[in-house]
Each structure stands twice: as C-alpha cells, then as structure tokens.
Design a binder for this molecule. Sequence first.
Ligand code: ADP
Length: 638
Amino acid sequence: MAIWYQFTKFSQSLWRGRPAMVFSCVGLIVKFIAVVGVTLSISVARASVTPKRVIVLQSNGQDFKPWSDYVRTFRQELEQQSSLPMVIQHFPVALGPGGEGAERQLSAYLDRLFSGGTPDLLVAFGAPAAAFLQRHRTELFPTVPALLAAIDERRVQQMRLTGNDAVVAVWIDIPSLFENIVRVLPETKNVAVVIGNSSNEGFWVDEIRSRLQPMKERINLLFWNELSFEEILKRAAVLPKDSAIFWIQPQVDVTGATHDGEQALKRLHAVANAPIFSHDDAFFGDAIVGGRMTSVLQGSRAAAAVAVKILGGEKAGEIKTPALLYEAAKYDWRELKRWGIPEGRLPEGSKVLFRQPSAWELYRWQVLAVCSALLIQTTLIFRLLFEKRGRVLAEVQARQRSSELAHINRFSMAGELTATIAHELNQPLGAILTNVETAELIVKSPVIDPKQIGEILADIRRDDMRAADVIGRLRTLIKRTPFELKDVDLNDTARETVQFLSALAVGREVELISLVAPMPLSVQGDPIQLQQVVLNLIVNAMDAMSGMPSTERRIKVSTSRDGSSACLSVSDVGPGIPADQLKQVFEPFFTTKPKGMGMGLSIARTIVETHSGQISAENLAGRGAAFHITLPLAKQPK
Ligand code: ADP
C-alpha cells in the first residue's frame, strides 16, 4: 500500500509540476510504437513475398576455374545489388567423354526439380554451360529468361538467341595478349599454348592461329592441344631459351581427361622453365606473370546488374550490355622478379601486386635502432679519441712549460754558480799564463830545449781544454733545449752533476761524495733535466748546511736499484726539514731562504713526474735530510 501511495503521489507531482514533459514523453512512446509497427509490417510483407529462384549453370566441375570464380563472385554481387529474397541454386555442367550422359541426367534432374514451379532466371557462365542451356532450353524452361555470361562475343554470335535471352559477353583480344608477352620479354621466340582438345577448345586453337597471323614472323606458336597433360608438363620443363607459355587451360585433354584449372596450373608452374601468361585474371595470383586480362570481378558484377534488372521485371532480350574489354594491366611482382622482367617494361598505369616488402620495409625499425646505436657508439668513440688527443696535447704542452720553467730555473742557478765558474776558469787561465811566461823565458835563452817547449805547449793545451770544458758545461746548463727522451744512465747523471758542482763544493767547503751503484741504471729521460734535478738537490743541501762548521759539511749522492726502479738519493747532515713541511717543500714558491724563490723543488717534482717517477723527502735518523728520486728502469732489449 505504501508503494502504491508513493507512486500515486509521484504521478500527481509530475502532472502538477511538469505537464509539458509528460506530454513529450507520451509523444515519444507513440512515435516508437509507430516505427516498430511499420518495420514489422514491412518485414511481414517481405516474408510473404515468394523468393526469386535463380539457377546458375557453371561450365565444367564445381571448382573449375575460371568459372568457379565467376559464380562465386556473381552470387556475392547479386546479394549486394538486390534486396529481393532469393534462392540461388548452382549446378556444374559436366564435360568430358561421359558428357552426354551427364548432360541428360542434369536436364532430367532440373526438370524434376522445377516440376512444381519454374525458376525466375537461368544464368550460364562460360561457353559450355551456355551451350548446354541452349540445347535443353525448349524442353526445360522455354519461358524462363536466361542470362549468358563470361562468354566471348564470337561465341555469342554463333548462338541463336531469343528475346528472352540477355548476354554479358567479353572480348578476348588475342593479339594484345601475345603483344604483352613480347613487350615484357622482347627476346621471346616461342610461345607454347596450353589448351585442351574439346570442340570448345578447338574453336580457340583456330581463333588464336588466325588472329596471330601478323605475328607469325615474330613468334613461333606451339599448340599443345594434341598432347596429354602429362606430356605437356614434360615439354614445359625443357622449353628452349627465350620461350613463354600461354595458359588457356586444358579443359579436356587429348586423352579425354578433364583438368581443373587451379590444380593443373599449379603443376605446370612447378615444372615450367619459362614464364606463364594467361587471358583471365582468375588464374592471376599463383603462377602467371600478368598483363591485361579478362576480369572476373568486372564480368560478375556486370552479370549481377543484368540479373537484377531481369528479376525486377525488365525483358531480358532488351537489356543490351556491350562486350567487356580488358581492364588495366596487372602483374605479379614475384613472377617479374623470377624472370628478371624490369618494371620499366610494363605498360603505363600497370599495377604490380604481391610485392614482397624489402628488408628495409620489414626491419626498418630494427635497422634504425642498430644504426642509431652505431651512430651513438661512433660519436662516443670519436669523443673519446678527441679527448685523448686533447689529453696528449695537454701533456705535450705541460712538458713544454715544465721545460721552459726548468730552463728558467737552470738560468737562475747559473747566476748562482757564476762565482764558482769564474773560480774554475781562473785556474786553467792562470796556469796558461804561467806556462806562456815560462815559454817566453825559454825562447829568450841562448839554448832552446825543444822538449821543454813541447811539454809547456801540452800543458797549455790541457788547461785550455779544461777551461773550454767549464764553459761547455755552463752552456749546456743554460741552453734552452726541447724535452727529449733518451737512454740515460742515472749513475752518469750523478757523477757528472757531482763533478759539475765540485768547484762550488770546494768554494763552500762542503765534502761532496758520490756513491754510484755498480750496475748501470738505465732510464728513459731527458739528460739535462735529470741533471738539473740532482743539481737542485745538491745546492739545496749546501744551503741547508751553510750555518754549520765547515768540517762537518758533507753531502752524499748515491744511486741504487730497487726492483724495476732506479733510485738516486741526496743526503746531507744539515738541520733537516720540519716534519710538517716535508710535503710542503715541493709546493711552488715555498721557501725559507731570504733570497729564495721556492721553485727549485717544485720544478724538480714536475720533471720527475714527467719521467713517470716519484720524488720524496725525509729526515734522517741522526741529523740531516735526504731526498729520494725513483724512476722506472728502461726495458732492456732481449
Ligand atoms: P728555494 O731553494 O728557492 O728555497 P726550493 O724549492 O729549492 O726553493 O726549496 C724549498 C725549501 O725547501 C727551501 O727553502 C728549504 O726550506 C727547504 N729545503 C730544501 N732542501 C733542503 C734540505 N736539504 N734541508 C733542509 N731544508 C731544505
């Protein structure tokens, strides 16, 4: 009760509040009922119409190409083009040796089937079916309209048509079929025509022969109508060079065997050593090269259009359709490739079908991905190479700079050594002067002793060489030389530097001892720069001991081998280096000397590191400091 009460209340509120809305709802419901009613009445009316009965007669067997294709496409087209209810019955018209008996049976069967009522339309596809229809028309369905389709115009002209017959004929343009062959394969000399031996096929043998008379000189026609299909297969496998095959199809071969178009063509294609052409596109797509051909779709569509007109009440004999001509040429890409036919030879506007996608089309994304990866990789490699080159350049520049710095350092050191050098030069120059004075006295004496003169001259020569040697060493020190790696024995470096500074050591009252290793210590290095490092260390050691009594001042320069390294140490007995400054001493501009620059050890470290070595400082146990250099030993040739 409560629900009913609420519904009543709701209706009342609707009526009160929204009368317009209620009216529109009622209107919609009325419209809906009207539409449903009309649709139902149309459906009932359609259902009550008697379906049209169409009999389709197809030449040869149920699956016999090309007519099986025509019938199938015709049915689809008819259903699309007509809205009439329809019953389509399809009967194959048999051929072959038992043809006559089969024909009689089919005729009797059709007679019985339609005893209760005649069909509305008879359709025959292909010449054999049309011939059957003509033969049995009067006894079967004399008053039923007929449509003859997929028949060549020439065959139609041979038929006795009535006013109840419509025709959708085709025109098989024989010369153009063969011109197509020589167009795409200009070298062609022989064309084998694959065709059967039935009377229908005999017509075509004669027709081809006569139509191709003008091409007689150009191509040699081989008619295989008198061969069994097995023999045809054998010959197709061994055709001479520059041959082609023209496939009409052996409907009934010389042995009386019928050959289904599809299967027979497949067998021929499998063995043939020459390209196959045909006149009907029902065969296109499996084995034939292509060209301009009769079109199944075009023929079936046109036939369906005529059928619709007849079923709609038009008189069959009055429907005139011009014979259908070939459609635009189409070719099978796979066959073009197989026989090396360039697409440039195809007529303008040709379609090339069954094109297989290229590797690029198939794997475009994969190829792009791989290329991108390669590109990125290449870019990275180039970048790395570029950076490496940059590093190498930077290293070269660093070496040059350290070379220049080293030169400045050597130059300043030469200034420091000037007094010593002057002292060193004084000795030979003084000796030379003394010897010259002695020689003058001897020359003035009454008796000249040539032996004595010889000795004096030898002394002069020796002293002169000593002076030249001093100057030579100085020049070497201040000479600007580019960095160059040579085989250097670290023992020689130690010895030569000690010798170079021996005069300075005497002047500074320092005992300079060199203790070189007994074996050669061959390293790869710049001899002048290495000498400069040792020179710096010795001069620093002399400076460190300047406040000590001269009797205690001692510097030891020693070399040794440690595994694959050559070592050189300079130790003194000075005050040593404060522990917190042991690393600092190698920093540029670190100095504790009033007139120091603080560059000597910094340059020494740069030189040693440029030689892939290391330099370090330590305080010795008793007193004094020691500086150690280690350099990689050069690999000895085996
Ligand atoms: P500079 O000789 O112009 O001061 P260096 O770079 O050659 O520049 O030396 C830096 C500093 O290292 C020196 O000022 C000194 O304090 C310290 N030093 C170098 N060699 C020794 C040594 N053998 N004993 C004590 N101190 C040293």
